[in-house]
Design a protein around this ligand. Structure first.
Ligand SMILES: [Zn+2]
Length: 512
């Protein structure tokens, strides 16, 4: 890391500077520093954790969850069949960072990290030569962990505590050079029943004071957040602060910048602000599907209730996003910034499954939004070709006049490069959280998407041993009718391709 500043230092810095300079102005450094042209766009990537494309009114969801994303889309490019390469945070974000599939970067496991070569093969390293000021922040410490692996390529890695109401994370302060080892240790202790993240150091004291402080925080914010405060790893935060911080810090940043902000909402617990609570008490629910092999035993009633709370939370996230784009539009910041909105995975409320920690790979879980507004874009474009999170890295490089590195497995997104990225390729989603990191895949679920076809293979799960599912997403978007038959030539072709890619990944593993 080049340097880092604390929130307090940042606030002091702001105090002496005008708020929100006009687009193109750089208050703190020369735009030609490190040989960069002023025409290189700023790149702001916003990831809202667990935001399912299937729940957005932008993509036809019956509830009006995203009026602000709908508005933003009118001056952006909207990808209607965009898939995360992973089904939960770690593999999904690692693929977005590296431009390769999980079976290549190997951040497969809960709190996994990428294989050694990918510490230097990622979005942040790729933008170094062009002189971009590279910034990363995440509420989700699993993502912080991935960014920590890439920290030598970040100019500023903002600690989670800078945007938290509580200030508990100690690992990075006590072990600045061994963050991941310290965090892992805390994680292991938590699995044994201790509470992270400070359990390793002051667990006894912490177990006394944490519930008390939590109660105080909850009480302070009860009027605005009747369902509680957004929380993860025992950190508490509110989205409004993060949005304010993004607006302030990007306005004051050296330019051009590449900023990655990973915000936890709408990840569970679903704790919308008061005005969104009750917004969808409409009695609506989709036609239920019978519990499947990976059912968590949730009743339909429970799933419907959770769905309502999630949808409210999505509407809250959308409203805060609306505030962000309105401010960036007013100040002219959108005229020299490429703004990307996406997610790392979705959420499921069907077949007895709630959330995203499941081997199942249905579209609500793996289809995520991708909306990109280019600097000054005024017209909407809609792309229906299936695309993957591994495509983002080559696309952003292309959009800033750079070439994709040869290790990247993604393609430049349609409408961002030569129109050769037709829908003829297959893309993949890989879930292997229980598989050893550097071993061939023997316990995994893998989806292949090609055009409107989607093949899912469950491998090594006792609930569903070595099984295959095939859906036509055009005729059957709810994935209700498994059409798989080994004698069907379409199924056979797709299956051969999936098996070939799994074998290739095994061969590549032996060469690492
Ligand atoms: Zn996530």
């Amino acid at each position: 890391m080049g340097y880092r500043i604390s929130r307090r230092e940042f606030t002091r810095l702001l105090a002496g500077l005008p708020f929100l300079p006009m687009a193109g102005e750089s208050l703190s450094n020369d735009p030609l520093r490190r040989g960069t042209s002023i025409s290189a766009p700023n790149i702001l990537i916003l990831v809202f954790d667990a935001l399912s494309a299937k729940h957005l009114s932008l993509h036809g969801y019956p509830r009006r969850t995203t009026p602000n994303l709908d508005r933003f889309a009118e001056q952006a490019t909207v990808f209607h069949a965009h898939y995360s390469a992973g089904s939960y945070t770690t593999p999904g974000v690692a693929s977005l960072f590296t431009g390769v599939y999980p079976w290549t970067h190997r951040a497969l496991n809960l709190h996994g990290t990428v294989a050694h070569p990918y510490e230097d093969r990622n979005l942040f390293s790729a933008f170094g030569p062009a002189g971009y000021h590279r910034v990363g922040f995440s509420h989700n410490l699993f993502v912080t962990s991935l960014m920590y692996q890439a920290r030598r390529h970040l100019d500023l890695l903002i600690p989670a505590r800078e945007l938290c109401l509580s200030d508990d994370e100690l690992a990075d302060r006590l072990f600045p050079h061994d963050y991941n080892v310290a965090f892992w240790s805390e994680w292991i202790l938590m699995r044994k029943g201790y509470s992270p993240p400070v359990s390793l150091f002051i667990s006894l004291l912490d177990r006394v004071r944490r519930p008390r402080r939590q109660a105080v925080l909850e009480a302070e914010h009860r009027a605005s957040f009747p369902r509680g405060l957004p929380t993860m790893h025992n950190l508490y935060f509110i989205l409004e602060e993060a949005i304010d911080y993004i607006l302030e810090s990007t306005a004051q940043s050296p330019q051009p910048y590449l900023a990655y902000y990973h915000l936890l909402p709408p990840h569970e617990p679903y704790t919308a602000r008061r005005e969104f609570v009750g917004l969808f008490d409409d009695g609506w629910a989709p036609e239920p599907l019978p519990p499947g092999a990976f059912s968590g035993g949730h009743t339909q009633e429970t799933l419907n209730r959770k769905r309502v709370e999630y949808d409210e939370y999505v509407a809250y996230v959308d409203a805060e996003f609306g505030r962000l784009i309105d401010t960036m539009s007013r100040t002219g910041a959108l005229d020299n910034t490429m703004l990307i909105v996406t997610s790392d995975h979705g959420e499921l409320f069907e077949r007895g499954i709630a959330g995203h920690m499941t081997p199942a790979l249905y579209d609500s879980l793996i289809r995520v939004p991708l909306i990109i507004s280019r600097p000054g874009q005024r017209r909407r474009r809609d792309i229906h070709t299936p695309t993957s999170s591994v495509d983002l890295l080559p696309t952003l490089l292309q959009a800033s006049g750079q070439e994709a590195p040869d290790w990247c497995e993604g393609r430049v997104l349609p409408s961002f490069g030569p129109e050769t990225n037709a829908g003829d390729r297959s893309l993949f989603v890989v879930e292997a959280k229980s598989n050893p990191k550097m071993a061939p895949l023997t316990k995994a679920s893998i989806a292949l998407i090609n055009g409107s076809r989607k093949l899912i293979h469950y491998l090594g799960y006792p609930e569903c041993p070595d099984s295959w599912e095939l859906y036509d997403l055009t005729d059957d978007p709810g994935e209700r009718h498994n059409q798989y038959s080994p004698s069907d030539p379409v199924a056979e072709t797709l299956r051969s391709e999936l098996e070939y890619r799994v074998n290739q990944a095994t061969v590549a593993l032996s060469e690492q």
